[in-house]
Design a protein around this ligand. Structure first.
Ligand SMILES: [Zn+2]
Length: 100
């Protein structure tokens, strides 16, 4: 069963010459605490050469408090990468009029 229960793409949060930043929000299931969901948010940057990188992340779980990259963020990032790959042909190359 997936760690990620629900996933939303909050569209493109910024478009620049250096690429696009996408924000994703999810509820992730805790594997150690029953009936516990964590709210996780990540921003993923995609460069004009289509390289993806994790720009920032937050999660409500204990690991995040210690500054660790938790399994919820990892799972969300993996889902985000798949979603972004399916969108590349629509979002890239960045139309000239879209560049801020
Ligand atoms: Zn977490």
């Amino acid at each position: 069963m997936s760690v990620i229960l629900a996933l939303w793409r909050l569209n493109r949060v910024s478009v620049r010459r250096k690429g696009i930043v996408y924000e994703y929000v999810a509820y992730a299931r805790s594997e150690s605490k029953p009936n516990t969901l964590y709210h996780s948010v990540i921003r993923v940057a995609v460069s004009p050469s289509l390289r993806t990188s994790l720009l920032s992340f937050t999660c409500e779980c204990d690991a995040f408090v210690y500054g660790l990259l938790c399994k919820h963020v990892r799972a969300l990032y993996n889902k985000a990468i798949k979603d972004i790959r399916s969108r590349l042909k629509y979002d890239f190359p960045i139309p000239e009029g879209d560049v801020a």
